[in-house]
Structure formats: structure tokens, C-alpha cells
Design a protein around this ligand. Sequence first.
Ligand SMILES: [Zn+2]
Length: 215
Amino acid sequence: MMTGGCLTGSDGEGPGRRPAGAGPWRGRVRQYVPRDTSTVSDWGENLYGDPCHECGFDWAISRDEAIKSVVNTPRSYAQVLADADADADGSERDPELTWSVGAYICHVGDNLRIWAERLAGVCRGASPVVASYDEGLLAVARAYEGIAIEAAMWSLERAVEEWKRAVDESLVADIFLDHPDRGLQSLVDVIRSNAHDAFHHQWDIERSIRPGPRS
Ligand SMILES: [Zn+2]
């Protein structure tokens, strides 16, 4: 059950674990031993289930399909809002959630922007060790609930564009990231988890706009 504004806490990423064997990064960061260029982490499957117990996301989604899913996010969200019985203004909220529809749109845009920033940094020679962020604090600092849905959608569209550029650059570099909660993640792991975040919150938005009977 979703009780918070986010998926599971900080960074849109619940408490994860490091992959067995600590992955290809051994000891000092620069001692890189390639192990698997496709996927090294089952963080998402372990945390949410495969498929996700809530939104049904299939973690076996191909890299290219996951990229396409993220790229289509602004269009998908716009369609959900357009399909609402009444004009959605972003203030709709499922009783189980602390974030409104508009806040989720803000979060997904910010999350993609932050992941793009991480990927771009590593592509430019930075350490693969990235910092976590607290999405709850970010929501408060940015005052999500006071951001107009039109503005949130504008930010989401641009965040997706930046994310796609960072992913394209990362595909050439074939990078890994090391996250404090998730552990080691290949680029495919990152793309899939980013796609899940956007997909899962579409499910949150849909149930906020069209509340139905609960079992
Ligand atoms: Zn999900």
C-alpha cells in the first residue's frame, strides 16, 4: 500500500541491497572489472515484485521498450489527464496517498532529471558512486502542491528530453552506477527502474483521478 508521496522513501528508491559479490567495482572506485553489460541488479524485482505487485510493471522489459516508455511519459500522462471525467487540475489525490496528481508529475520530472544528471556525470568521467536524494524533502523544498499542473507537465517534458540525451550518451559509454541504496546498477537497470518509476506513478495518477472500489 502506498502511504507516502513516493514509491518507498528517498530517491524514489526504497531500501535496496547490493548485488551479490559487490559487483564489478572492487575496492577503489577505478578498479573496474566488467561483469555484465546488460543487468547486474534485481533491486526492483525484489522490492516491488515481478511484475510489480501494484502497477504490473514487467521488469523483463527490453532496454529499448523501457526507453520508449519513458519518452512517451508526457504523452501518456496528458492522455490520462484528458480522459478524466472532469478537467483535472492536479489537486486530485487518492486517499491512500500523501501526494496529489500534480505532485507526482513534479516528482517524475525531477527524478528523471536527477538520473540524467547522474548518468551525464559518469559519462564525463565522474566516479560511478552517486549520492541519494530525499524526494520527500525535495517535494517540500519545491512546494510541489503549489505548482500548476501546466507547469509540472512543461517540466516533465523537458526532463524527459534531457534524460533521453543522457541515456543516448550513456549507451555509447556502457557505464555502471553505484547507488547507496540500490547498489551497483548497469545502464539497463537504471533505465528499467526509471521506466518503472514513471509507469508506477501513472498508476497512482490514474487511481487518484478515477477512484474505484477497493478490495
Ligand atoms: Zn510498480
